[in-house]
Design a protein around this ligand. Structure first.
Ligand code: C2E
Ligand code: MG
Ligand code: MG
Ligand code: MG
Length: 284
């Protein structure tokens, strides 16, 4: 009996494993096709200036519009793209599309804002990133200081000097650099001080804790104080309710992003928000 059960378990796991391998390979192939056939699309989530409520920027967030499944979350395919190396191509596509898009809005007379693009760990480690960004800035003519690269805090594990050198080189292009998901990694104060960065983006788990059953704003407060002492901007992500907005504004957090203001929206809707802002100013 025991033996039989073992055998059954074995068979059970094998078929599960096969299934997931098949699913993965299929998805891998489909992702390559998606890149060719423009099945990827960028959504834009507003980043609001805390003191005025005006749009200060947009974070570009990739989605995969899969023919049979509809919109797929990046959480589902970015890890796969990272593992297969496809992230290099995908990341280049995201950068180019985001820069082109925003330059078009500026040319239309809409307000220039920051356009934030996520750079994955693999992309950051790839030696071609600098040249890729340099080319895209030349091609699209987007003013470099409008492009903010979001790099997650965990890059620190790669080796401090190498990271600092890479970031310094990227900074020579005139772009902005943000540390994404800040607070979830292990950056020491000493290390942080050496990084040529512009923005600390507080991870949404801390913003959530501000209003949990046992509200805790102490970490958020410390991060904001730390950022300001290093002359950095602070951006809070995951702002969902008014009480968070009020607390963050009181703590002089510069930018806010979250469902309270808007979910990530298609390009056309983002453009409409910029246009609305333009018209409001015009008729004020
Ligand atoms: P992230 O860079 O930390 O982006 C923020 C995520 O939080 C987004 O999820 C956004 O939709 C979500 N979010 C925004 N406001 C709220 C809120 O108020 N509450 C909650 N609960 N969530 C909120 P999304 O779009 O699913 O992206 C997930 C992650 O996928 C991103 O996290 C980023 O790490 C990665 N990602 C997305 N687009 C790209 C890309 O183009 N390249 C790379 N390398 N990674 C990307
Ligand atoms: Mg991000
Ligand atoms: Mg984040
Ligand atoms: Mg995150």
């Amino acid at each position: 009996r025991v033996k039989e059960q073992g055998k059954n378990n074995y068979l059970f796991f094998t078929s599960e494993m096969n299934e997931s391998i098949v699913r993965r390979t299929t998805m891998e192939k489909q992702l390559a096709i998606a890149l060719e056939q423009e099945q990827l699309t960028l959504f834009y989530q507003p980043q609001v200036e805390a003191s005025t409520g005006k749009i200060a920027g947009f974070e570009a967030l990739v989605r995969w519009n899969m023919p049979e499944r509809g919109l797929i979350s990046p959480l589902e395919f970015i890890p796969l793209a990272e593992e297969t190396g496809m992230i290099i191509q995908l990341g280049e596509w995201v950068l180019r599309r985001a820069c082109e898009q925003h330059k078009r809005w500026i040319d239309e007379g809409l307000m220039p804002v920051i356009i934030a693009v996520n750079i994955s760990m693999k992309q950051f480690e790839d030696d071609s990133l600098f040249e890729t960004i340099r080319h895209i800035l030349i091609e699209t003519k987007l003013p470099p200081d409008l492009l903010e690269l979001e790099i997650t805090e965990s890059i620190g594990l790669q080796g401090a000097d190498q990271v600092i050198n890479k970031l310094n080189r990227l900074k020579t292009l005139g772009v902005r650099i943000a540390i994404d998901d800040f607070g979830t990694g292990y950056s020491s104060l000493h290390y942080l001080q050496k990084l040529p960065i512009d923005t600390l983006k507080i991870d949404k788990s801390f913003i959530r804790d501000m209003i949990s059953v046992t509200p805790d704003i102490s970490i958020v407060h410390s991060i904001i104080r730390l950022a300001h002492s290093l002359q950095l901007d602070v951006l809070a992500e995951g702002v969902e309710v008014v009480s968070q907005l009020e607390m963050l504004a009181a703590l002089k957090c510069e930018r806010l992003q979250g469902y309270l203001f808007s979910r990530p929206i298609p390009a056309e809707e983002a453009r409409a928000l910029l246009l609305r802002q333009k018209l409001d100013e015009h008729y004020r």
